[in-house]
Design a protein around this ligand. Structure first.
Ligand code: G6P
Length: 478
């Protein structure tokens, strides 16, 4: 039977994702401190505001969240959630760790972003099978909770690679529901996807095909998914395939980026940037990422070093503002990557820095107001992921930029499909070409920069989050 939804009849619209809009830390005095999560998924879904009465089902990520579930029964207080109705699931910690760290982030993320170093990885052995069983049971827990919360005929939008099995499982429990699945990542090309054990590859595809509609951020990822289905299963069955290119929320960003806390951080950043030897302002190359293997932060730093080496006119006249916020630190490979980012940044400062000039300003403590301050100050935005579902930073910077900025953009980012025409696009592995693009970007005359930025901002906001969400609901109805 259906349990009590908000109106006592179950919800008409449900969203499911691993990460919800809020996460909790336990303070020393035992109180819970709420904080907003990072990443494109949460940014996009935050648009499902008070206007719909959607219920957002998510997992407890750590001890703070588990404590919050204990205290609230899982229905989080709406003052913590940005007014959204959130039901948080407490999955047993070992199951959760195996599903989230062991499968979702170490296997599925790696496959879709093509991150394996194949002579050594992946290895699919007994340990993998244990984790896979945990992934199945974590997906089953979501399917049960959704089945329990949904009203007759409700629409359920399942998000991302963590929950690939949910559509199929939910369909079996509740054939009356309309189910959509949305992937926020790239989809692997078929030859790479087939690194996975055959039965696992099939299960993942069939899981998503349990939905009425499977949607992606770009045509490229949708086509890759279709190709996998055709090659491995012989087709996509009755499931419709869609594309919704999530855009930036201009209204929110412009308002938020002019508040006092952002202005304060701009002052502090300007001080760190300093002035050029001739007294003029220094130019900035800005990047803001989770410290994520796919974001290619280290090659970005190497390109910046190459810029200083081969275009010595920029020495003392440019600063690289690099914000690399900790992510998935339970995984050793992420911790090592984080260290490598700091090491290379330090090396560049050691080799080129002078008394009054720090070539790289690296910040690793997550601070949204400071990110917006850097966005506003950017002359060149560097977005060079090796692969990325979309990359919202590429869309956000042009929207809030004060004096216009040039976007140096990887052709492997989903955002390339919409922004490529107005960017300096690079092969993310080509450090030399990236350095050349940085030079071109820094040398672009003000008028051209402003013109480019206007086009970028228009393309970046073509499908704002609220419409992105509503379009998916509408498409599910058709
Ligand atoms: C990407 C994924 C999201 C995820 C985000 C942050 O954007 O598509 O599903 O939430 O990264 O990663 P995390 O593991 O911290 O949730």
């Amino acid at each position: 039977g259906f349990s009590q939804g908000g109106q006592g009849q179950g919800a008409r619209i449900l969203v499911a994702s691993n990460r919800g809009p809020v996460s909790y830390d336990v303070q020393k005095d035992g109180t819970l401190q709420a904080r907003r999560g990072g990443g494109g998924l949460v940014s996009g879904l935050s648009a499902i505001g008070p206007d719909t009465d959607a219920v957002w089902v998510c997992a407890a990520l750590g001890d703070g969240d588990r404590e919050a579930v204990r205290r609230t029964g899982g229905a989080l207080p709406q003052e913590d959630t940005g007014d959204q109705r959130v039901r948080m699931l407490d999955i047993p910690p070992e199951v959760y760790a195996d599903a989230y760290n062991g499968i979702a982030n170490s296997v599925l993320w790696f496959v879709h972003h093509m991150l394996y170093q194949t002579p050594l990885e992946p290895v699919f052995d007994t340990e993998f099978r244990t984790r896979w069983a945990a992934y199945e049971s974590y997906n089953a827990a979501f399917a049960r909770a959704l089945a329990d919360e949904a009203a007759e005929g409700a629409a359920v939008l399942v998000q991302d690679y963590h929950l690939a099995l949910v559509p199929g499982l939910l369909r079996a429990l509740r054939p009356d529901l309309r189910i959509g699945h949305f992937s926020h990542t790239p989809w692997a090309p078929v030859d790479y996807f087939r690194l996975l054990p055959d039965d696992v590859a099939e299960q993942l595809l069939k899981g998503i095909l349990g939905a009425d509609r499977a949607a992606f951020l770009t045509h490229r990822w949708a086509d890759a998914f279709t190709a996998c289905c055709e090659e491995i299963l012989g087709g996509t069955g009755g499931t419709r395939i869609g594309v919704h290119g999530l855009g930036a929320d201009a209204g929110f960003l412009r308002e938020r980026s002019h508040r006092a806390d952002v202005e304060e951080r701009m002052t502090a950043l300007r001080e760190q940037i300093g002035t050029a030897p001739d007294g003029g302002p220094r130019r900035t190359v800005v990047r803001v990422d989770r410290t994520e293997l796919s974001k290619n932060i280290v090659r970005g730093l190497l390109a910046y070093r190459d810029l200083l080496e081969r275009y010595p006119e920029w020495r003392g006249r440019v600063v690289h503002i690099a914000f690399a916020y900790p992510s998935r630190q339970d995984l050793a490979v992420y911790r090592e990557y984080t260290e490598e980012v700091s090491r290379v940044a330090g090396e560049i400062n050691g080799a080129y820095g002078t008394e009054g000039w720090t070539p790289v300003v690296l910040h690793v403590k997550d601070d949204f107001a400071r990110s917006l301050a850097a966005y506003r100050l950017a002359d060149v935005a560097l977005v060079n992921p090796v692969r990325d579902g979309m990359n919202l930073v590429a869309k956000e910077i042009p929207v809030v930029s004060d004096q216009g900025c040039v976007l140096v953009l990887s052709r492997e980012a989903g955002a390339f499909e919409e922004l490529g025409e107005h960017s300096l696009t690079v092969n993310p592995y080509d450090v030399t070409a990236t350095a050349d693009a940085l030079h071109r970007g820094l040398s672009t005359p003000d008028a051209e920069r402003a013109e480019r930025t206007k086009h970028l901002a228009a393309a970046a906001t073509a499908l704002p989050p609220d419409r992105w969400f509503l379009d998916q609901l509408r498409a599910l109805d058709d």
